[in-house]
Design a protein. Structure first.
Ligand code: CP
Length: 296
């Protein structure tokens, strides 16, 4: 496995994270002033699960960086003939691709890719990790508050099935933020930091909402979408309880009217589309690291 792979946030120390954030900031501010030696490099995107934000922001970032990009369609490739993830990845490496971006429904799928020598960027594994989402979330928080130490982060909703929640909780605590959780008790991974939602909303500088992951089996018996919003979602009354400087985040896609009242998705305190915008610069910075390019 390449040391420049990014599989989980545990792969990065505080300095690594800082360097990636600095690079992403530079990609945002120094538009087109940079030139990286990537003209003869290539990447293959291998998405075994649907994606809009992650897939297409990686693809756009790759094209802006000058990479040759192959989008491997799992529905028309030899994956349909039963070729394993390892054999598919090894094939792409053998053809000559220099980088793999992989999303897969299996937790820790990358454990079977130990013998792949080109860098792998994990674009999401089951309910495990989503490091590029975590890094763009960090970028969004840093832009807002300038630091992580003592920032109060409330993560709300379906923590059990969320790879975003586990990556973000681990990393934000490592960086000195205070993290609490709220949501249905069935969906909490660790009850120790669990608080009632209204209390958490008043405490938070950042309210990070999570999608109810129905495709991973998340469901609450006898609870309608309206009841979920009322009990566990950000409705208009709770929006009014937020601190004046507080922000709302959500990795998206959003289930409007379930995790958040539809009218609040683009409210003044929402940074949901800002997160997606930051995803472009952040994914360029992650690719830069994967190719071990130090300078711009
Ligand atoms: N946030 C996120 O991972 O979105 P996609 O599933 O659309 O990539």
């Amino acid at each position: 496995m390449s040391p420049y792979s990014l599989l989980t946030m545990e792969d990065l120390g505080v300095n690594d994270i800082q360097n990636i954030l600095d690079d992403a900031y530079r990609f945002t501010t120094d538009k087109k002033k940079w030139k990286l030696p990537l003209e003869n490099k290539s990447a293959a995107n291998l998405f075994y699960e649907p994606s809009t934000r992650t897939h297409f922001s990686f693809k756009y970032a790759q094209s802006q960086l000058g990479l040759f990009v192959a989008d491997v369609d799992t529905a028309t490739s030899s994956v349909t003939k039963g070729e394993s993830l390892y054999d598919t990845a090894k094939t792409l490496e053998s053809i000559g691709y220099d980088l793999l971006i992989i999303r897969h429904p299996q937790d820790k799928y990358y454990a079977e890719l130990e013998n792949i020598n080109i860098p792998i960027i994990n674009a999401g594994d089951g309910s495990g990790s989503h490091p590029s989402q975590c890094l763009l979330d960090l970028m969004t928080i840093k832009e807002e508050f300038g630091k992580f130490e003592n920032i109060n982060i409330l993560i709300v909703g379906d923590l059990l099935h969320s790879r975003v929640a586990s990556s973000n909780k681990y990393t934000l605590e490592m960086l000195g933020a205070n993290v609490k959780c709220s949501g249905p008790k069935e969906w909490m991974r660790d009850n120790s930091s669990c608080v009632p939602l209204d209390e958490g909303v008043k405490w938070a500088d950042v309210v990070m909402l999570l999608r109810v992951q129905k495709e991973r089996g998340a469901s609450l018996t006898n609870m309608s979408d309206e009841e979920y919003l009322d009990k566990y979602g950000l409705n208009k009354q709770r929006y009014e309880m937020l601190k004046s400087h507080a922000i709302i985040m959500h990795p998206a896609p959003v289930n409007r009217g379930i995790e958040i009242d539809s009218s609040l998705v683009e409210a003044k305190k929402s940074r949901i589309f800002k997160q997606m915008q930051n995803g472009m610069s952040m994914r360029k910075a992650i690719i830069k690291r994967a190719f071990n390019i130090r300078e711009f």
